[in-house]
Design a protein around this ligand. Structure first.
Ligand code: ADP
Ligand code: ZN
Length: 733
């Protein structure tokens, strides 16, 4: 009975209120409908998340109207949202907000012109002289990464009101303009159509398995295929079949892999039936692509994490490419993993889900072994192209031979030189995340640290500054050591900038380009660099994680991993897995063309299992050993792990609360979960907040979620202590 509707209020997602359904609306109102309701003395937007025939509350108000002609969310979305809310211990309203792009939530369909904000050209000069407030700085930082943004979205994402934006406009730092909402991101590009290729035998087997699963309804298939084995061709042919059946498909790729190259491959096959959803689109483009899907004008979506919520009807297939990627995990509430949501959505909508990777996450591999997922393997590269030869170089020996530690081994330098001579390309990879390239005093060992966060500051040569990668604060490089006054105080550590400058000195005539997250924030510069690399205008590309994934450059014959140990020494039980994956993935960038590829891995721990298995590209062998270790300690995939983090400016307060919480949890779980003591997080201070953690492990995820929710609801936190709950946590910092 649709007498009473349960409505989530968009502007305060923690609220769920009951409203009477007026007779006039009873027929058209559906689960997921967006509605306008009276709330306090005003009207508010909301979403219908449930119906019942009565309410516990007296004097209910009536729903005023339905705000869009179609529901924005389907009944299936609401069901999925409810599951997410309980699994990830998040308010239902927060989940619903996550499912809808801000540009869609905040605008009616007919409303195609909205206010937008961007930084003026010389904003930095002006900002330097006026000293922005904290709020204003937040806006500037947001615009620095986003390029430009709808005003409504900016307010939504940064939590500021329009007042500081207007102040910035008055000061001449930003400009406010009207933006047309509604463009197709590839309108003016022509794409040459492509035909399905004749499949190799292994590809044909995989496709057959997927098509069979389609007949059965919901199955999850793990497609374990080495880099360059033609997984994408399998996805596309499966999707062609989905379309023949009049159904729709979702293809998820990590944000990083969402280059025009990937999108074009799909456009070439499916034309304008493709919609694209990712963060490099303008808000207007995102709004439009979303509505094309919702209106059935497009039936295949390719997108990053949040595309798993795409409003397609009659879903026939979900593909998650590079399923092991950590970028599928959202690091804000709700802290969902899009891969796991894909599996759940497939289950709810009764369609198959394909998880593809050359190095599947151990969780997925384990599920395949236990028979929960079907397994299909592509063991060969297309046309039997050889996998690259991988050499491990022991940097301890190198240091002995050269008499001092060095960034580059002789062998790697020679290998690069020979590539330059043959006009072939090189990728140099540095896995730097979590490790600052710090400024350290050679005399007393003093390291420049951020005052707000417990990390060392990163040196940026381009503007001689020191920056904190956690809170973003910046200061000028010091000339002398503040501790011992030594003038030798200088940059140590290895960063991509240092590698770039060494390369410049060794090979003055080579064209060297760096690509990392610090410099690819401006819209399209990422694509521009990759385009130049593909066109052969760059000899040596230096980069971080960003260049490890999914890219396909036939002329790259050498990949160098500068310091493979960086990811091994992270305080994280997944350190080995990450290291194995990274080496195997970067190795996949070499030798994709006619020439055989070579990979050189420099390391100080050459005998580590992760590095030795990566050398052989022995995924199975690595998993066997690693699963053994995980099983012994009851780590995932043999348990679910939840990481609860408490933050507060006062260390004594946060440590006290964390210990009290750990005690409460132990009482509530008795012996049904392994619960850690409350300890300072590896990143023990960030943005002036001390951070403490409590870790829980148990077999049953739903048991963890429900018990933790119960404990949290009755646990009184002092006002300044914030807490975040991360189910199936991937980042343990
Ligand atoms: P993966 O996604 O497994 O890394 P890709 O799908 O990118 O591999 O395939 C690598 C290359 O091989 C692409 O250029 C693709 O067009 C080509 N390819 C894929 N399948 C075939 C096939 N059956 N015959 C010929 N070429 C193919
Ligand atoms: Zn900081």
């Amino acid at each position: 009975m649709k007498k009473v509707a349960k409505v989530i209020i968009d502007s305060s997602p923690d609220l769920q209120l009951d409203y009477l359904v007026p007779d006039a609306l009873a027929d058209s109102l559906e689960l997921g409908s967006s509605v306008v309701v009276p709330c306090g003395r005003r009207f508010a937007d909301g979403y219908v998340v449930g119906f019942s025939d009565k309410s516990r509350f007296p004097n209910l108000k009536e729903i005023k109207s339905i705000s869009n002609s179609r529901p924005l969310l389907s009944a299936c979305h609401i069901e999925l949202a409810r599951w997410m809310a309980s699994y990830y211990c998040s308010p239902l309203g927060k989940v619903i907000q996550t499912m809808l792009p801000a540009a869609v939530r905040r605008s009616d369909k007919g409303h195609r012109e909205q206010l937008a904000v961007r930084l003026v050209e010389n904003w930095a000069d002006i900002a330097a002289s006026v000293k922005p407030t904290e709020k204003q700085q937040q806006i500037v930082d947001f615009l620095k990464t986003e390029g430009e943004s709808l005003l409504s979205v900016l307010m939504d994402k940064t939590g500021v009101t329009s007042a500081p934006v207007k102040t910035l406009q008055r000061k001449g730092i930003v400009e406010i303009f009207t933006q047309q909402v509604g463009r197709n991101p590839s309108d003016n590009k022509t794409v040459l159509p492509s035909k399905p290729l004749d499949l190799m035998p292994e590809q044909a087997d995989s496709l057959k398995l997927i098509l069979e699963a389609m007949n059965e309804g919901n199955r999850t298939i793990l497609l374990h295929g080495v880099t360059g084995s033609g997984k994408t061709e399998v996805y596309m042919q499966a999707i062609a079949e989905v379309r023949r059946l009049g159904r729709t498909a979702i293809v998820l790729v990590p944000e990083i892999a969402l280059t025009p190259q990937t999108v074009w491959r799909f456009k070439a096959r499916f034309g304008d039936r493709i919609a694209v959803l990712h963060s490099h689109l303008s808000e207007g483009e995102r709004h439009d692509e979303w509505h094309r899907l919702n209106d059935g004008e497009a039936d295949i979506v390719i997108g990053a994490r949040s595309a798993v919520f795409a409003p397609v009807k009659k879903l026939g297939l979900i593909v998650v490419d590079e399923e092991h990627e950590h970028s599928y995990k959202q690091e804000d509430m709700p802290r969902y993993n899009a891969r796991d949501i894909a599996v759940m959505r497939g289950h709810m909508e009764g369609c198959p889900v394909v998880l593809g990777s050359a190095t599947p996450a151990l969780e997925s591999w384990h599920n395949a072994r236990m028979g929960k997922y079907l397994l299909s393997s592509l063991t060969k590269r297309v046309d039997d192209k050889k996998m690259p030869a991988i050499r491990i170089l022991d940097m301890r020996r190198e240091a002995e031979a050269q008499g001092r530690p060095s960034v580059f081994s002789k062998d790697l330098i020679e290998a690069i030189r020979s590539r330059i001579e043959r006009a072939e390309q090189t990728i140099l990879f540095l896995n730097r995340r979590g490790f600052a390239t710090s400024l350290t005093c050679p005399q007393c060992g003093f390291t420049a640290m951020c005052e707000n966060c417990s990390v060392s500051l990163t040196y940026h040569r381009s503007d001689e500054s020191l920056r904190c990668h956690i809170c973003g604060s910046t200061r000028k490089v010091l000339n002398r050591c503040p501790s011992c006054n030594d003038p030798q105080f200088k940059y140590s550590g290895i960063g991509t900038q240092r590698i770039e400058s060494i390369m410049g000195k060794l090979f003055p005539h080579a064209r060297v380009q760096r690509m990392d997250s610090d410099m690819t924030t401006a819209k399209n510069s990422h694509d521009r660099i990759l385009g130049a690399f593909r066109a052969g205008k760059i000899d040596i590309m230096i980069g971080t994680q960003m260049i490890a994934k999914g890219l396909h450059f036939p002329n790259v014959t050498l990949v160098g991993v500068i310091y493979a140990d960086l990811s091994l020494h992270m305080p994280d039980f997944r350190a080995s897995e990450r290291t194995f994956q990274l080496i195997a993935q970067v190795a996949g960038r070499a030798g994709r063309g006619e020439q055989m590829g070579e990979v050189i891995v420099q390391t100080y721990t050459p005998h580590h299992t992760a590095i030795q298995s990566a050398r052989e590209l022995d995924y199975d062998g690595f998993c066997d050993q690693e699963l053994e270790f995980r099983k012994e300690l009851l780590y995932p995939p043999f348990s679910h792990l939840m990481c609860i983090t408490l933050r507060c400016p006062s260390e004594s307060k946060v440590s006290f609360c964390a210990s009290a919480l750990a005690r409460e949890l132990k009482k509530a779980f008795l012996n049904s979960a392994i619960i850690s003591e409350a300890v300072p997080a590896p990143l023990s201070k960030a943005k002036s907040n001390y951070r403490y953690q409590v870790m829980l492990r148990a077999k049953s995820a739903s048991k963890i979620a429900s018990t933790v929710t119960k404990v949290m609801n009755s646990f009184n936190l002092p006002p300044k202590v914030q807490v975040s709950v991360d189910m199936d946590a991937l980042s343990l910092l």
